[in-house]
Design a protein around this ligand. Structure first.
Ligand SMILES: *Cc1c(COP(=O)(O)O)cnc(C)c1O
Length: 382
């Protein structure tokens, strides 16, 4: 990623910069790699980033979307996504959210519990509609060997435990305003090791066989998202390894004839095309440390404070080959966790320099808040 610093002139900091060219290349690779396999359909998990230009580019590329709230369903409809490519997950869908999605005739509700199924049946019935449903299952993929898997364990708020699946599928088939389409999974996020995806495939095969043995046929399988991106070497890996990712599913998941396989990729689509651009307010010398104090803080990019996440920090206006110094890079907010990096080796940094926090395209701007009465950072898409 290159930074067109001349074009940052006069833009109020902090702001999110998105590189259209890199996003387009990423979308092209996703389409190229997924289209190698019959029946593969990719949705973009819009919770990662809803910048209007980003959404428009994703829509133009032909991806569908995956929503986790009524607001997201509305954002996708407003961005022009066809309802036939919208799926809607979430453990707590409010009635108005369900009604909004029913009115739009979205492709599929990813239902996470038995009571949700009953409410959906009732609301669809009141409109004289039939809601298409995939049941979200917790595949209980072993988390001990794969620490990044946090949502796929059997006992958590997401999805339906495997031992209850039978009963709930049966229940769904009896409801007049529900059409049971298949199963949905989502095992976690920032997964770089392909093994958990392979384990997921085996679990899907097993559940498919069990359901088939009971005469249940499925039109769709949805394996969610979770593919990670390289936060440490963004320039070496500007585009995640979609080829290996899709191949894992092609090799290990036994799709039935005519069955569709859906993916919901969020982070991997938009992570690397975005950076938070901030201006250095002060360089403060302590007894043993030097602090670079930015005008961006945890209200603009909360991932370091919330998940101890790493974002590469670059001074994009200082001469890169000059002398270097170690700094703690911090924000202006009244919380000690408002720190972006400790002992960062940067070119000698001065007030007024521009600093980029890299790989911030996913779960960056969208998680910004007004904490401390700060404004939400704007987008600059070039
Ligand atoms: C968050 C989420 C995704 C996307 O996850 P990424 O790790 O960003 O790919 C996909 N599906 C569901 C149901 C989600 O909640």
């Amino acid at each position: 990623m290159k930074f067109p610093v001349e074009q940052f002139e006069g833009v109020q900091t902090p702001f999110y910069y998105y590189d259209k060219e890199l996003l387009q290349q990423t979308l092209d690779v996703i389409n190229r790699e997924a289209s190698r396999y019959a029946g593969f359909h990719v949705h973009y998990a819009v919770k990662a980033n809803v910048d209007p230009t980003v959404l428009a580019m994703v829509n133009a590329s032909g991806l569908g979307c995956d929503c986790v709230s009524g607001g997201e369903v509305k954002a996708c409809l407003d961005a022009g996504f066809p309802a036939s490519k919208i799926v809607f997950a979430g453990v707590g869908k409010a009635d108005w959210e369900i009604n909004l999605a029913l009115d739009a005739d979205i492709a599929c509700f990813n239902v996470e519990s038995a009571p949700e199924l009953d409410v959906l049946n009732e609301l669809a019935g009141a409109k004289g509609k039939v809601a298409r449903v995939a049941l979200r299952v917790n595949p209980n993929v072993d988390a001990h060997t794969h620490k990044y898997i946090t949502t796929g364990l059997s006992e958590n708020k997401f999805g339906i435990a495997m031992n209850m699946l039978d009963m709930i599928v049966h229940h769904a088939q009896l409801l007049p305003n529900i059409s049971f389409e298949g199963l949905h999974f989502h095992i976690g996020s920032q997964i770089l090791d392909m093994k958990p995806f392979e384990m997921l495939c085996h679990r899907v095969n097993q559940l498919s066989e069990e359901l088939e043995a009971k005469g249940v046929r499925m039109k769709t399988i949805n394996v969610g998202g979770g593919l990670g991106c390289d936060y440490v070497n963004p320039d070496e890996h500007p585009i995640p390894d979609f080829a290996s990712y899709f191949k894992i599913f092609a090799d290990h998941l036994a799709l039935r004839r005519g069955q569709e396989l859906h993916f919901e990729l969020g982070r991997s689509v938009v992570c690397q095309c975005g950076a938070l651009i901030s201006r250095v307010l002060y360089v403060k010398e302590g007894n043993n440390k030097k602090f670079v104090i930015l005008d961006a803080g945890m209200s603009d990019l909360i991932r370091p404070a919330l998940y101890q996440a790493h974002h590469n920090i670059e001074n994009i206006t200082a001469a890169p080959d000059g002398p270097k110094e170690k700094y703690d890079v911090v924000g202006p907010i009244c919380e000690s966790s408002d720190t972006f990096g400790e002992d960062e080796l940067l070119p000698v940094t001065r007030r007024g320099d521009l600093v980029a926090l890299r790989s911030a395209g996913a779960y960056g701007q969208i998680m910004a808040s007004n904490y401390n009465c700060r404004r939400i950072p704007a987008s600059l898409v070039l």
